[in-house]
Design a binder for this molecule. Structure first.
Ligand code: FAD
Ligand code: SF4
Length: 447
């Protein structure tokens, strides 16, 4: 079926000033006075609930007290000793469902201490000073291979380097950083922050980097196990789910994470072509990010369609509000049933309303059509096991199985981040996985 409409996809929809404003810092940083005033709101609770709610267990009352006594560098050291990506996490953590959700002030007044923004204030001061504060322990002579240079891999590498081991990171892309560099929404990480943080992490020394080197293509896990004393796998999720509408050869249907990667890497946002009407299929952070960023690139009409209700969305209420404030529409309880195209280019998409009957989604037979110049697939990323080759690694729920120390069923192989089962697919969780695995590898190597 065709709608007869000509697709409207164009670059340069906005003025240079509009692009700059739309992609500026989502939360402008606190200055010293604002940070002091905010820090003064903390009750410094004994057994503070925020510490337990932070996946990396940062001593939040301690670093806030250090800010209050005008010691931001000390505060940053407290943060980074638990979470070497403290700067990135301050920008990207969904704090509304982590540390700030359980803040006593949130519970009592609905206005938590702005922990994320205070964390950013402190880590920015330290990183601007440009000095690595961690010192390597004496060399152990042991060598560890880390596959994947995202938050999990880099966190593991930094902790191992600190413990005196020599680390080699193998990363298939051109740059390190993983989704911090290629995935996170541009307005959360302005001014090339991801690369500045990578440089800070590597400055500890003892870490060799091989970019453009992929497990499964350039070397096998068996080879790494022969050449190194231990291996950490942190290669994330390389696949994406399909809509199941035979969309493969239809122009105008794009993978959201690929488009976001392009957006993050371009030096000039005005050259990115974007549709006038955009439909995004999905309900997680990626769906929100592609919708908001398309709108901010100048798309006129952007709608997210999600198959369940608002409470089941992977994106938090804050993210949903951000999208709606930007003028993105969200439709719930509908699934795509048919792609509509003109001369091989998507011009619309048909959905059917669905109902949840005791956990099973059932079509109602009622349909609606949304016009679209571009349709984004944002229905989840998938683990691609093929890179593991012949290795007999246990897989559970479609991802690598690990124990509490992030060790796989192979005695010298650990794994963490998005590629392992049971995680939450958050930056802060990947960082914690890398840290826990590094300490376990260290115990294994030094007996
Ligand atoms: C669009 C998007 C937005 C997001 N926004 C947020 C957010 O706002 N807040 C938040 O907390 N989380 C967010 N996340 C989730 C977060 O980015 C991930 O949970 C986190 O990056 C996982 O870290 P990782 O190191 O496991 O994997 P990744 O960051 O994916 O890093 C894996 C690395 O391994 C490399 N690699 C892959 N295959 C190979 C191979 N065969 N050999 C060698 N290297 C390989 C990859 O190139 C990559 O650099 C978002 C995710 C997406 C997709
Ligand atoms: S790392 Fe994230 S969850 Fe932990 S204290 Fe910082 S902002 Fe909160």
């Amino acid at each position: 079926m065709t709608t007869g409409r000509v697709p409207d996809i164009a670059a340069r929809r906005l003025s240079p000033e509009e692009y700059a404003a739309n992609f500026s810092d989502l939360h402008p940083p606190l200055d010293r006075h604002q940070a002091t005033v905010e820090a003064d709101r903390c009750y410094f609770c004994f057994d503070a609930p925020c510490v337990a709610a932070c996946p990396t267990g940062i001593d939040i009352p301690m670093f806030i007290r250090e800010i209050l006594t005008d010691n931001p560098k000390g505060a940053a050291e407290t943060i980074l000793s638990a979470n070497i990506f403290g700067g990135m996490c301050a920008r990207v953590c969904p704090t509304e469902v982590l540390c700030e959700q359980v803040c006593v002030r949130e519970v009592a007044e609905g206005k938590p201490v702005r922990i994320g923004e205070l964390q950013r204030y402190a880590t920015d001061v330290l990183m601007e000073a440009g000095k690595q504060t961690f010192v390597r322990e004496p060399s152990t002579g042991k060598r560890v291979a880390v596959v994947g240079g995202g938050p999990a891999g880099l966190s593991c590498a930094h902790r191992l380097a600190m413990r005196g081991h020599d680390v080699v990171i193998y990363e298939s892309r051109e740059k390190l950083g993983g989704l911090n560099e290629y995935g996170i929404a541009a307005y959360k990480v302005v001014e090339d922050f991801a690369q500045k943080e990578v440089a800070f992490i590597l400055s500890i020394g003892g870490i060799t980097v091989g970019t453009g080197k992929a497990l499964g293509r350039d070397f096998s896990l068996a080879e790494l196990r022969e050449r190194f004393d231990a291996v950490f796998l942190g290669f994330g999720l390389a696949g994406v789910n399909a809509l199941g509408l035979a969309e493969g050869d239809t122009d105008g249907v794009a993978v959201a994470v690929d488009y976001i990667a392009e957006l993050r890497q371009t030096g000039d946002l005005s050259v990115l072509p974007v549709g006038r009407r955009i439909v995004v299929v999905g309900g997680g952070m990626t769906a929100i990010d592609i919708a908001v960023q398309s709108k901010r690139l100048g798309a006129e009409d952007v709608t997210i369609v999600y198959r369940r209700g608002p409470d089941s969305m992977g994106a938090s209420a804050f993210e949903r509000d951000l999208a709606q404030t930007d003028g993105v529409g969200i439709k719930f309880n509908a699934r795509p049933t048919r792609l509509i195209a003109t001369d091989g280019h998507a011009t619309g998409i048909e959905f059917e309303y669905i109902r949840d009957r005791e956990g099973t989604l059932v079509g109602t037979g009622e349909t609606f059509v949304l016009d679209a110049d571009m349709v984004f697939r944002a229905i989840g990323q998938t683990f691609v096991p093929v890179v593991l080759g012949e290795a007999a690694i246990e897989i559970v729920d479609g991802r690598i199985a690990v124990d509490d120390e992030r060790r796989t069923n192979l005695h010298d192989v650990w794994a963490g981040g998005d590629c392992v089962a049971g995680g939450e697919d958050l930056t802060v969780v990947a960082v914690e996985d890398g840290k826990i695995a590094a300490e376990s590898i260290h115990r294994h190597l030094v007996g």
